[in-house]
Design a protein around this ligand. Structure first.
Ligand SMILES: NC(=O)C1=CN([C@@H]2O[C@H](COP(=O)(O)OP(=O)(O)OC[C@H]3O[C@@H](n4cnc5c(N)ncnc54)[C@H](OP(=O)(O)O)[C@@H]3O)[C@@H](O)[C@H]2O)C=CC1
Ligand SMILES: O=C1O[C@H](COP(=O)(O)O)[C@@H](O)[C@H](O)[C@H]1O
Length: 530
């Protein structure tokens, strides 16, 4: 045997013994918390869609892990209502579940992780890249990560281990620092993927392109032209049995400190040097570092109460919510980015459960024009709206001459509604994009440690003050438009102007009836002849 072929055989033998792997022969995705809500509603459906659409590496296997005594059939039936599998896809679905296995184990006993590791090596290969999805309660993150690192990672050169961590990443600056320090003592930053699923949404990803690929916006994107920016998250349902989790966190930690703040950063940041993950994240961190910590004067909180007319329960009627809870289910806050571009411009972030509609949008409200040649009140502010969901759209509200003989001004829009403009549109789910990002090793859409620290620095003082002073949230009935009445008043004080509802002929976001201007017919009359 020649030296070269001897070397080759030795290499193969060492690979087989798991001593060295020059490349991965398979990928294993391990879902911790496989019995949970997120796993059945999001993770398994996403894995299935990626498998169905042949977007995963060919030799990929899935291992569910949790404390419950389950089988793959149980995982399948739990996830079934969320898989959206067509009858014609049944054979493929069977193939997908054949790639699945389940290991029962604790989150804190080393021997269970040793057993999990043996399961992976015995059933797949020691030469597997490993993607660990931590979909457990946050209280388990540290022990899972510690045991993983000690007993379950692929240790050979040429293989990777990546860790997806679901929010909440802590409850405030200190607890988040403890978690961050612990994770970074075990895994390097490029192995940790902190998921914020809003970063996987089409319109959120579009912000960078809209801003930096359109010359038309650049000169306007600053304090000289923009009066305020409103980032809105609304849901038309309450906690509905999820009150146990929600009550510990509240709306600010649940969506504002993460999803809405991430959107704000993309709107406010400077042009990154490149589209590389760290260049974009550097710019987001700079925005956060320019932000003042949120003070209690700059926030209004609310909690929904029953609307007996519509038979809707209040937050405190949810049996999973502790009696007398003062956890906010609605909040509106003014954030300020103290830099040359944004000094003095309020970024109004608002989020609420049990409101009138489900929607997420960014509304950039421009300053008033000098409209002295047109009748007072006839000219409304321009607004650029990015509707994240539902029905993705970008529209610019602007004034035009009312068509016809008259010379009145009418508010109308330049409208890019995605499902009308892009035919056969199939937008991937946010989790699909993000899981693929992890598999290819792209961290563009994941939250870096310093970003997280800054986000908590901004919100922690107000969160602590709300809790230590036991600030009672203002009540608002289930189903109202904007939380408690104090919220509209707060937004008005910050300079947000609502000029009345305008005519949009195509039905809007699907959330309400088409609005008609009452004066449309009257205004289209020809002018009086002098
Ligand atoms: N491409 C498309 O699909 C387009 C759709 N449209 C649709 O047309 C409709 C109108 O659009 P638009 O003008 O952007 O939205 P609205 O006129 O509904 O609302 C504009 C802003 O004013 C706020 N607001 C609404 N009512 C009041 C009030 N009484 N007091 C204070 N603030 C208020 C809204 O808050 P809040 O969010 O709480 O309601 C929102 O921030 C919407 O349904 C929209 O989806 C318009 C253009 C394009
Ligand atoms: O992270 C969360 O997001 C969901 C809303 O997500 P969406 O993609 O449906 O808009 C929210 O319901 C949940 O409370 C929060 O934890």
């Amino acid at each position: 045997m020649s030296d070269a072929s001897l070397e080759q055989s030795l290499k193969l033998l060492r690979e087989e013994a798991g001593m060295v792997c020059h490349s991965a022969s398979s990928h294993v995705i391990i879902v911790f918390g496989a019995s949970g809500d997120l796993a059945k509603k999001k993770i398994y459906p996403t894995l299935w869609w990626l498998f169905r659409d042949k977007l995963l590496p060919s030799n990929t296997h899935f291992v569910g892990y949790s404390r419950s005594n389950l089988t793959v059939d149980n995982l399948r039936s739990n996830a079934m209502p969320y898989l959206n599998a067509k009858d014609s896809e049944w054979t493929q679905l069977d193939e997908f579940f054949k790639r699945n296995s389940y290991v029962q184990g604790s989150y804190d006993k080393p021997e269970d992780f040793i057993r999990l590791n043996k399961f992976i090596v015995d059933n797949f290969s020691a030469c597997s890249n490993r993607l660990f999805y931590l979909a457990t309660p946050p209280s388990q993150f540290i022990s899972v990560a510690t045991n993983l690192k000690a007993h379950c990672t692929a240790e050979s050169d040429g293989l990777w281990n990546r860790l997806i961590v679901e929010k909440p990443f802590g409850k405030d600056l200190d607890s988040s620092e403890v978690l961050a320090k612990h994770l970074s003592s075990l895994f390097s930053e490029d192995q940790i993927y902190r998921i914020d699923h809003y970063l996987g949404k089409e319109m959120v990803q579009n912000v960078v392109v809209l801003r930096f690929a359109n010359r038309v916006f650049s000169p306007l994107w600053n304090r000289d032209n923009i009066a305020n920016v409103v980032v809105t998250f609304k849901e038309n349902f309450g906690t509905e049995g999820r009150g146990g989790y929600f009550d510990e966190f509240g709306i600010i930690r649940d969506v504002m400190q993460n999803h809405l703040l991430q959107i704000l950063c993309l709107i406010a940041m400077e042009r990154p040097i490149s589209m590389e993950a760290n260049d974009i994240r550097d710019e987001k961190v700079k925005v956060l570092r320019c932000m003042r910590p949120l003070s209690l004067d700059d926030v209004v909180v609310g909690q929904y109460v029953a609307d007996p007319e519509n038979g809707k329960p209040g937050y405190l009627d949810d049996p999973t919510v502790p009696a007398g809870s003062i956890t906010p289910t609605y909040a509106v806050a003014a954030l300020y980015v103290d830099n040359e571009r944004w000094q003095g411009v309020p970024f109004i972030v608002r989020a609420g459960k049990a409101l009138n509609e489900k929607k997420c949008e960014v509304r950039i409200q421009f300053k008033d024009v000098i409209a002295d040649i047109l009748p007072s009140g006839a000219v409304h502010r321009n607004e650029l709206v990015l509707r994240v969901q539902p029905n993705e759209a970008v529209y610019m509200k602007l004034m035009t001459k009312r068509p016809g003989m008259g010379f009145g001004a009418e508010e109308t829009e330049l409208d890019l509604t995605y499902n009308r403009r892009f035919t056969d549109l199939k937008l991937p789910d946010a989790y699909e994009r993000l899981l693929l990002d992890v598999l290819v090793g792209s961290q563009i859409n994941f939250v870096r440690t310093d970003e997280l620290r800054e986000a908590w620095r901004v919100f922690t003082p107000a969160l602590h003050a709300l809790e230590s002073q036991r600030v009672a949230p203002h009540p608002y009935p289930y189903g109202v438009r904007n939380g408690p009445p104090q919220s509209d008043e707060f937004m008005r004080r910050l300079g947000f102007t609502f000029s009345g509802q305008y005519f949009y002929p195509h039905g809007g976001s699907g959330a309400g009836p088409v609005k008609q201007p009452s004066d449309r017919a009257a205004d289209s009359k020809p002018p009086k002849v002098a």
